[in-house]
Design a protein around this ligand. Structure first.
Ligand code: SF4
Length: 381
C-alpha cells in the first residue's frame, strides 16, 4: 500500500530551479496545475525533454496564442447540468472536475478554471434525461476523471444508470491507472463496484489513457489487471502529442505493450487546437504519418485503432493521404446528413483541424456496375 501525495502548486516541485518555478507560476495562474508524487517519480529530471515531465509540468509555451478554450464547442451539447447529448445514441456525464493530475494538454482544461460550472456533483437531472430518451444506449462517464470519485459515489451513478433498460454500454474515461494506480490497488471496493455492474449481458468499459510506455509501471500493470479481473473491458485512447509520443517507435511500443496487457488501442486523437496547447500540436499530416509508421511495426490488435479528430460536427476519421489529397470520413456525426460522409481535401501540411482544410470540388458521383451511385465525393448522398 502506498499513499500518494497530491501537489497543487508548481512551487512544490523540488526538481525545478527557483527561476523556473517563478516563470511557471505565471502559467499556472492561467491553466491549473495538479500532480502527485507517484507520477512525478516516473520522470527523468535530468532530461528536459522527458515525456512524463512534459505531460505534467507547465511550459512557458502554453501562454502562446493558440486555439480556443472549448475547441470542440462542447458548451452547445448540454441538455441538463453536467449532461452532454452530442450523438443520437450517446450521452456524456461530466461528473467531476478533478483528476489524478492535470495533463498540460487537456482539451477540457476549462473545467479546472474557477468560473467554470460544467461539471456537477449531482448528475440526477442528466440521468433523468437519459431515462427519458430511449435512443441513448451509450453513456460515457467523464470529467475530470470519474475514478477520482469515491467508490460509493461511483456505485450510486452506475446503479442509477443500470436501472435504465435502454442503456447498454457504460464507459468510464480514466487516466487514474496511469496517474495513480494506487487508487485501484488500495481500494478493493472500486473493483467490487465495477464487478457488480459489469454483467455478462452488459459490461462496463474503462477507457484508459496511457500516452507513453513509461507510464506502464508494475503498479499500473497491477491496477490494469485488477480492472480486467473485475469484469470490465479495457481500451486505451491517447492524443498524439508533439514531444511526448510523436516518434513511431515510442507509439509502436505503447501499442504493443498495451495489446499484450489486454488493453488494445481504441482511438488515437488528433491534438485539439485547445488554448494553451501550442507546445503539443501536431499537424494532421504529421499525425497521420506518425501513426501509419507506428502501425507498420505492429500487427493485429495493437493497430486496430482509428485516427480521429473530435470536431464539433462529429468524430472525423483520417483514412488516407496522397501527395495532393487528404481523405477523411465521419465516424460519428452530429447531423444526420453527415453520417459516414466521405470527404476529399487538398493536402495541407500546415493544417491542424478540419476547419483549416480546403475541400476539393465535389467529384461526380460514379455509377457502379449495379447501377447505384457510389457513396463517393464530398457532399451528402
Ligand atoms: S486526465 Fe483527462 S480530464 Fe484529466 S487532465 Fe488529463 S486529459 Fe484532462
Amino acid at each position: 500500500m502506498k499513499n500518494v501525495r497530491y501537489l497543487r502548486r508548481v512551487e512544490q516541485l523540488k526538481n525545478l530551479t527557483p527561476s523556473e518555478r517563478k516563470t511557471l507560476g505565471r502559467v499556472t495562474e492561467r491553466y491549473s496545475f495538479r500532480a502527485n508524487d507517484y507520477y512525478l517519480s516516473l520522470a527523468d529530471w535530468d532530461n528536459p525533454d522527458d515525456p512524463i515531465r512534459k505531460i505534467i509540468v507547465p511550459q512557458e509555451g502554453e501562454l502562446e496564442p493558440f486555439g480556443d478554450l472549448d475547441a470542440s464547442n462542447e458548451s452547445t451539447n448540454y441538455v441538463a447540468p453536467g449532461c452532454q447529448h452530442k450523438y443520437h445514441s450517446t450521452a456524456l456525464l461530466i461528473c467531476t472536475e478533478m483528476c489524478g493530475s492535470f495533463c498540460r494538454f487537456c482539451f477540457r482544461k476549462r473545467l479546472f478554471m474557477d468560473d467554470n460550472d460544467e461539471a456537477v456533483v449531482d448528475v440526477s437531472e442528466g440521468i433523468e434525461y437519459i431515462r427519458q430518451n430511449p435512443q441513448i444506449t451509450n453513456v460515457l462517464l467523464s470529467g475530470g476523471d470519474p475514478l477520482f470519485l469515491s467508490s460509493r459515489r461511483l456505485d450510486d451513478i452506475l446503479t442509477r444508470l443500470r436501472d435504465i433498460p435502454h442503456v447498454g454500454i457504460i464507459r468510464i474515461g480514466s487516466k487514474m491507472p496511469a496517474f495513480n494506480p494506487y487508487r485501484i490497488i488500495n481500494d478493493p471496493e472500486l473493483c467490487e463496484v465495477l464487478s457488480r455492474h459489469s454483467s455478462p449481458e452488459k459490461r462496463i468499459y474503462v477507457m484508459v489513457h496511457f500516452n507513453v510506455p513509461q507510464e506502464l509501471t508494475p503498479a499500473a500493470r497491477r491496477g490494469i489487471d485488477l480492472l480486467i479481473r473485475s469484469g470490465a473491458i479495457l481500451c486505451n485512447q491517447t492524443p498524439l502529442l508533439k514531444g511526448i509520443n510523436d516518434r513511431p517507435e515510442i507509439l509502436a511500443e505503447l501499442m504493443r505493450q498495451l495489446s499484450f496487457m489486454g488493453v488494445p488501442p481504441y482511438y488515437f486523437f488528433m491534438c485539439r487546437p485547445t488554448e494553451g496547447n501550442k507546445p503539443f500540436a501536431l499537424s494532421l499530416v504529421e499525425s497521420y504519418q506518425l501513426l501509419e509508421e507506428a502501425k507498420l511495426r505492429e500487427s493485429g490488435l495493437a493497430k486496430r485503432a482509428r485516427l480521429v479528430m473530435s470536431h464539433e460536427s462529429g468524430k472525423v476519421e483520417m483514412v488516407g493521404m496522397t501527395r495532393n489529397h487528404m481523405y477523411l470520413r465521419y465516424h460519428r456525426a452530429r447531423n444526420a446528413e453527415d453520417k459516414s460522409r466521405f470527404m476529399i481535401f487538398h493536402r495541407d501540411n500546415d493544417a491542424y483541424w478540419l476547419d483549416d482544410l480546403v475541400p476539393v470540388a465535389e467529384a461526380p458521383h460514379p455509377v457502379s456496375r449495379h447501377g447505384h451511385r457510389a457513396h463517393f465525393g464530398i457532399g451528402p448522398e
